[in-house]
Design a protein around this ligand. Structure first.
Ligand code: UFG
Length: 332
């Protein structure tokens, strides 16, 4: 039986494909390559197409014996979601509806879902646990929450079992050096800092120095992408035992400020990285740190790449070897 990975050519999806391959799983990847890269898919059979194309999806399910789905395919830019929420509802929510309906039609009743800390919005408690209030402050987080709720009602009606994984800040790159982070446009802190170290940008803009934190910059919980990827494999294994639906936070439980990240990047890269303080970016909570005890105890998740220095070093290795990202590898 195969695991279908939607969005498997994207940053986190491609690392999940690598983890599945390491476990000897049969893999089918679906990606419309709008954001994903063909060269990022290092295992399985790739179908290029969109979840909203029902004939396309029917072909994928007909041609393969799929027993579980890992669903990454989605738009994920917070800023863009505020400018163009319709795009997020259409691709994320409607795309998920098409996928779930096709799964039910083919009696595929296990799904692992790529969710986000953005479902919580401004946190009530630090660290955040899965029982905390979900009140997204942006359209992206709202669509991810809507997708989680859709799965809940498909469970009630059809017995679809899901594991929703709410990531904090994914970072780093696969130890093979073959796959890493390459977004266009890039909006994430660590790749931008490393691009500044490579001289591809004149500086890193620090969005706000007046937050209620020790050094005034925002605090985030950075988690290695391969540790995230491993959690998806464990979640598939858990669903195969007949477990009930559940939601887990995935983070390190340790927060680092924007300034701390830049300082560690200076140490790792041994390059000058100029930082310029700029106004706050809208919608950024001051502190986002995960309580991930539940994933550890119930999934048996044991993140191994915990030191931020090592996470940044793995990202740096990828950036140095692939300064143009996947563009240097193929056309896509
Ligand atoms: N930041 C800068 N300068 C930059 C980029 C980011 O100062 O050029 C700051 C941000 O303001 C924030 C921190 O660095 O304080 C981290 O920003 P990222 O954009 O790397 O990550 P976010 O915490 O905003 O977003 C991540 C995911 C989103 C998800 C969100 C909440 O990328 O998909 O966490 O879960 F929605």
């Amino acid at each position: 039986m195969a695991v279908l990975v939607t969005g498997g050519a994207g940053y986190i999806g491609s690392h999940a494909v690598a983890s599945l391959k390491e476990r000897g799983e049969e893999i089918v990847v679906v990606d419309n390559l709008e954001q994903g890269h063909r060269a990022a898919v290092t295992g399985g059979k790739l179908y290029v197409g969109d979840l909203r194309d029902k004939d396309f999806l029917e072909t994928v399910f007909k041609e393969n014996s799929i027993d579980a789905v890992i669903h990454f395919a989605a738009n994920s830019l917070v800023g863009e979601s505020m400018q163009n929420p319709g795009k997020y509802y259409h691709n994320n929510v409607y795309g998920t509806l098409c996928l779930l309906e096709k799964m039910i039609e083919h009696n595929v009743l296990k799904i692992v879902f790529s969710s986000t800390a953005a479902t919580y919005g401004e946190p009530e408690n630090v660290p955040i646990d899965e029982y905390d209030r979900t009140l997204p402050t942006n359209a992206y987080g709202e669509t991810k929450l809507a997708m989680e709720k859709m799965m809940k009602w498909f469970d009630v009606a059809h017995g679809l079992k899901f594991v929703s994984l709410r990531y904090f800040n994914a970072a780093g790159a696969h130890e093979s050096g073959l796959i890493g982070e390459d977004h266009n446009p890039e909006s994430h802190l660590i790749p931008i800092v490393l691009q500044a170290a490579l001289g591809q940008r004149p500086h890193i803009s620090v969005f706000g120095e007046d937050y209620d934190t020790e050094d005034g910059t925002c605090i985030r919980d950075y988690i290695h992408v391969s540790d995230l990827a491993d959690a998806h494999v464990l979640a598939v294994e858990r669903l195969r035992t007949g477990a009930d639906s559940s939601i887990y936070n995935l983070g390190n439980g340790q927060g680092f400020s924007v300034k701390q990240v830049i300082d560690i990047a200076r140490l790792v890269t041994e390059r000058e990285i100029k930082a310029v303080i700029e106004p706050r970016r809208s919608g950024d909570p001051a502190v986002l740190v995960a309580a991930s005890n539940r994933a550890r105890s119930e999934l048996g998740w044991n993140p191994k790449r915990n030191k931020l220095e090592d996470i940044i070093r793995s990202a740096w290795n990828w950036h140095v070897a692939n300064p143009q990202g996947y563009k240097g590898k193929t056309q896509e």
